[in-house]
Design a protein. Structure first.
Length: 216
C-alpha cells in the first residue's frame, strides 16, 4: 500500500512540476514579468512565484483567467497537448531547470519587458528638471529665495510619478512619500506650520488603501 501511495504522490509531483514549467514558459513567451502577470490576474507576485516553483497550483478562476490571457483552453494549460510542443521552457541555468525562482532572471525579464513609455518618462523628466532649475535660479537671483526655493525640485519626481501612475493606471507609481514631504516642508518653512501639518504623514494609510483596491 505504501508503494502505491508513494507512486501516486510521485506522479502528482511530476505533473505539478510539468505544469509549473509550462506556466513559466507561457509567461516568458508573452513577455510578462511575474509582477505584471500578477497584476493582470489580480493576485500577488508571490502566488505566481509559487505556481512556477510547483509549490501551489492556480485555482479554477485563475486557470480560467490564464487560459483567456494566453488564448488557449484550460485543458491545454493543464495537460499541454497542442501547447506542449509549441511552448517549451528554455532554461538558462540549473536554477530555472529545477523550477526555482531566480531573482536575477526575474529582473532581467522585467528589464526586457520594460514599460514602453520609459522614453517618454525620461524625456519629461529632463524637461521638468530644466524648467525647475531655471525657475529656481530666477527665484534665487531675483527674489533671493534660495532657501525655501530648493523645495521646488521635489516637483521632478512628483510629476514623473504622477504621469506614470496615470498612464499605467497604477496608484503605487505615484511617489506619495515625496509629495507628503514637499507639502510638509512648504507649510513649515513658509508659514511655520510644522506641528499641525505633521498630520499629512499618512503614508501607511495610502499604501494600505492601494492594497485594498488591488484585492477588489
Amino acid at each position: 500500500m505504501n508503494f502505491f501511495k508513494n507512486s501516486e504522490q510521485g506522479t502528482y509531483e511530476q505533473m505539478n512540476d510539468t505544469m509549473a514549467k509550462r506556466l513559466t514558459a507561457l509567461r516568458k513567451q508573452r513577455g510578462f514579468s511575474q509582477e505584471q502577470l500578477a497584476e493582470k490576474l489580480n493576485v500577488s507576485r508571490q502566488a505566481v512565484s509559487k505556481w512556477e516553483r510547483a509549490e501551489a497550483q492556480p485555482d479554477i478562476s485563475n486557470l480560467s483567467a490564464l487560459s483567456k490571457l494566453y488564448g488557449i483552453t484550460i485543458d491545454e494549460l493543464i495537460n499541454g497537448k497542442a501547447e506542449q510542443e509549441e511552448v517549451q521552457p528554455t532554461p538558462s541555468s540549473d536554477m530555472e531547470e529545477s523550477g526555482e525562482d531566480d531573482p536575477a532572471a526575474e529582473e532581467e525579464t522585467a528589464a526586457e519587458s520594460t514599460d514602453p513609455h520609459i522614453k517618454l518618462y525620461v524625456y519629461i523628466g529632463i524637461v521638468v528638471l530644466v524648467i525647475v532649475t531655471i525657475v529656481y535660479l530666477v527665484m534665487g537671483y531675483c527674489r533671493n529665495l534660495w532657501h525655501p526655493g530648493w523645495i521646488i525640485f521635489f516637483l521632478v519626481p512628483i510629476l514623473n510619478g504622477l504621469i506614470s501612475s496615470i498612464i499605467n493606471r497604477r496608484m503605487k507609481d505615484f511617489p506619495y512619500p515625496v509629495a507628503v514631504a514637499a507639502v510638509y516642508l512648504v507649510m513649515g518653512f513658509c508659514w511655520n506650520l510644522w506641528h499641525p501639518v505633521r498630520a499629512v504623514f499618512t503614508i501607511p494609510m495610502y499604501y494600505g488603501l492601494i492594497s485594498v483596491i488591488r484585492r477588489r
